[in-house]
Every structure is written in structure tokens, then in C-alpha cells.
Design a protein around this ligand. Structure first.
Ligand SMILES: [Zn+2]
Length: 150
């Protein structure tokens, strides 16, 4: 087999600074991968009444509060908004993502640009939940650190 020339890849802005990230975490946060559905340890936090705050696993910026979380049944931790207690909606830097044959809006950490997941709008969650703006932040739990409320 001959050595292939390096193919050009799009510039990746994400700068992972946490040296403790695992291969799986880097696959999601830098390479914009997706964790398997129903694999997140945080998936049932809302259902089980586990309260706390969610931080970016790379840079530790505060992203979501457990009061933002809801059970959407989609298989990934879901949040209806960035918490009002979180300044400047840290998790709301979005990019259009045309991969997987779908046009989706990517959600990235505002501070370090790590990929977190995707945002889906107009699904009617504000009516179902009685709060929020109808957004569903579909987030890879693997990109989050959780700090349980004491
Ligand atoms: Zn970050």
C-alpha cells in the first residue's frame, strides 16, 4: 500500500485544552461525533430529581442548570434553554451542520467552541412543558461535567 497524501480537512477551531479527555470525548467534542443514544449517565437525572449544574467537559464553562433539563424521549440529555442564570447563553453558539443528510444547527460551547450537540426548534415543547421557548438542546452527555447540588 502506498502512502496517501494528507487530504485537506476543514479548519477546526475547537481547541481542546483538557488533557484528561478520553478518545470518546474527543471524538464528540472536537470531531463532532455523537454518543450512542440512551448511553448518557445523565439521561434520567431530571426524571430522578437529580439537581445540579452542567459544565463543558473541556473548559468547564457553566452551560445548563438542571431546571433547564427535560425528558424528551430522544435518547440524549435534553434542555429547553440555557439557564437564565447563565450569562450570554454559553451553549448557544450555533452553526449549520449539513452532515448525515440533514440540515441541523450545531450547538457549541461559546468559550472553547467544543461541539456539544444540536438544537431543534419548533417542536412545541413550550406548550408541552409550560416553559421555555420551544427549543430542544439535544446534548451529548459525554461533553458535559455534572456537579450535583448539595
Ligand atoms: Zn467549553
Amino acid at each position: 500500500m502506498s502512502n496517501q497524501q494528507a487530504t485537506s480537512v476543514p479548519a477546526i477551531q475547537t481547541k481542546l485544552t483538557n488533557p484528561n479527555l478520553t478518545y470518546k470525548e474527543i471524538r464528540v467534542m472536537k470531531d463532532k461525533g455523537t454518543e450512542p443514544p440512551n448511553s448518557s449517565e445523565f439521561l434520567l437525572n431530571e426524571k430522578n430529581g437529580v439537581k445540579g449544574k452542567y459544565f463543558c467537559k473541556n473548559c468547564n464553562s457553566l452551560l445548563y442548570d438542571s431546571t433547564d433539563m427535560f425528558e424528551s424521549g430522544c435518547g440524549w440529555p435534553s434542555f429547553h434553554t440555557s439557564s437564565s442564570s447563565i450569562p450570554s447563553e454559553n451553549a448557544d453558539t450555533t452553526y449549520t451542520d449539513n452532515s448525515m443528510g440533514m440540515k441541523r444547527t450545531e450547538v457549541c460551547c461559546l468559550n472553547c467552541d467544543s461541539h456539544l450537540g444540536h438544537i431543534f426548534k419548533g417542536e412545541g415543547w413550550e406548550r408541552i412543558l409550560g416553559k421555555g421557548k420551544g427549543n430542544r438542546y439535544c446534548i451529548n452527555g459525554i461533553s458535559l461535567n455534572f456537579e450535583k447540588e448539595k
